[in-house]
Design a protein around this ligand. Structure first.
Ligand SMILES: C[S@@+](CC[C@H](N)C(=O)[O-])C[C@H]1O[C@@H](n2cnc3c(N)ncnc32)[C@H](O)[C@@H]1O
Length: 467
């Protein structure tokens, strides 16, 4: 007869195990702690030998439990050893496709748990801030979203970045099984190499679905927009060698979720991507051309191996740019402030910057021939060449819903301070078209590239442009 009871952990006898690695016990322990009990009891034979539940037992120990629920199986001798072996040996890890499916189930729960924790944090926060925090805590801050994603992923034995790659392949395969199902099948196997299959997928995608390049002229403002991946746009379409300025704000790797394009590369991928686009920007610039890159100093997530600002500066120097200076743009507080870290205590506070950087780089030498038409006023020159630039960020609603647009004021100042009327200006990550709007307003030729078709459409609307 089988019986359930509670037993002292110390009384359970764990034999030698062939599979010694228990994997990451943290998420399991966290889950048991949150639920407040084990969903399945530990299984032992009549003599107290462990048959199943080695990881649960370890999790309980870590939680400081001394007793655990136990099911006693009436098994003897060989049968007990066989049951133990099948539990211990034949427990296969999830394959990437199974893990991604499990992740999709766990993710909403992890997010809900994060929300609950956040509310709890708000309740126990400082008295004076209780009300404000309570209100703010109904929103998610990016760090919490990230934590929920990776927490849920850990429970499957994979990282969230790996599972995101599987997700991309799965979604492509659902949309177009003839093209992509064979790649998903490769992932649906134990020990499948996700990175290898994902790079096959990217190559295949470029071959089968080349990014549409739609080039169009905008009326008398001479503003052109190209839809596609900047890295894939042929140089012949970018006025190579005659671009006087690049003004842009690249993806920050902040999981912004730009339409179909995610913004969540690994640090290594992000560094490689930054090097590639800066090398291409360098190639298209005329001699003495200038390049202004707007990025946050960091993405406020803590524990970053290299802040985004530093990645951009290092990559720019590596591809041949020279560094001039950094303009600090004070855009004011974020309306989404929720990340306080260890609220009210110094143990692990967070910091939210109200400033962003505009890195100013150049090709060859800094001084441009003083021969063009200048449109900056004396007061503007005095104001814009000292101290931080202070003006608010761009509300998404007035930028076609783009989540990370900069206000037209930013490229307008850069155009006037660093260039002449009639210059050719490139924005390789045009987004909602703010740089092109500034070009149109200041009599510059503008070329904008944007990978996400819906943003190209939004930019066209902002510019009053009919394709
Ligand atoms: C920070 S936003 C730029 C916002 C823009 N400054 C504005 O004011 O709207 C970065 C943009 O780059 C786009 N993007 C990401 N990867 C790209 C690529 N490889 N080629 C072209 N555009 C890309 C994203 O879709 C996003 O719209």
């Amino acid at each position: 007869m089988n019986m359930d009871e509670e037993r002292e952990i110390a009384s359970i006898r764990v034999g030698d195990r062939i599979r010694r690695a228990l994997g990451d016990i943290g998420p399991l322990a966290e889950n048991i702690r949150e639920v407040g009990r084990m969903l399945h009891p530990i299984v032992v034979d009549q003599d107290g030998h462990l048959i199943a539940g080695r990881r649960r037992l370890e999790a309980a120990r870590r939680l400081g439990w001394t007793r655990v629920p136990v099911r006693v199986l009436d098994l003897r001798g060989l049968l007990a050893r066989k049951a133990e072996a099948s539990e211990n040996l034949y427990r296969l890890p999830l394959n990437p496709v199974e893990a991604e499916a499990a992740w999709q189930v766990l993710l909403p729960m992890a997010r809900e748990a994060a929300r609950e924790r956040q509310k709890e944090g708000a309740k126990t926060g400082g008295r004076g801030h209780k009300k404000t925090l309570g209100k703010l805590s109904t929103r998610f801050s990016v760090p919490e979203v990230r934590k929920a994603r990776s927490r849920a992923a850990k429970a499957t034995g994979y990282s969230h970045r790996t599972l995101e790659k599987v997700q991309v392949v799965r979604e492509a395969s659902e949309k177009d099984p003839d093209k992509y199902k064979p790649l998903l099948d490769k992932l649906d196997k134990p020990n499948a190499k996700v990175d290898k299959v994902f790079s096959e997928f990217k190559k295949l995608k470029v071959k089968l679905d080349p990014p549409a390049l739609a080039s169009s002229e905008y009326g008398d403002g001479r503003v052109r927009m190209l839809q596609g991946d900047f890295l894939q746009v042929p140089l012949s379409q970018l006025s190579v060698g005659s671009v006087n300025m690049v003004i842009t704000s690249p993806p920050y790797n902040l999981a912004k979720g730009y339409g179909a394009e995610g913004d969540q590369m690994s640090a290594e991928e992000y560094r490689a991507f930054t090097g590639k686009w800066l090398a291409k920007a360098y190639a298209v610039l005329a001699d003495k051309g200038r390049c202004c890159v707007n990025v946050p100093f960091d993405v406020g997530l803590g524990d970053q191996d290299l802040p985004v600002y530093s990645i951009v500066v290092q990559a720019a120097l590596a591809v041949g740019f020279r560094y001039m200076f950094t303009i600090v743009w004070h855009k004011g507080p974020s309306s989404k402030r929720t990340a306080w870290g260890s609220y009210g205590k110094p143990s692990a506070p967070h910091y939210q910057s109200e400033c962003e950087a505009v890195v100013v780089l150049y090709k060859g030498s800094w001084a441009r021939p003083p021969s063009g038409t200048v449109d900056i006023t004396e007061t503007e020159f005095q104001d814009w060449t000292a101290g931080p630039w202070t003006f608010p960020g761009q509300p998404a609603a007035q930028a076609g819903g783009h989540p990370a647009a900069f206000p037209v004021e930013l490229p307008k100042r850069l155009l006037k301070l660093f260039g002449y009327v009639g210059d050719t200006v490139l924005d390789p990550f045009m987004g909602s078209g703010s740089t092109l709007l500034a070009c149109k307003g200041c009599g510059r030729e503008g070329i904008g590239v944007e990978v996400e078709p819906s943003y190209v459409k939004a930019a066209a609307e902002r510019l009053g442009f009919r394709p």
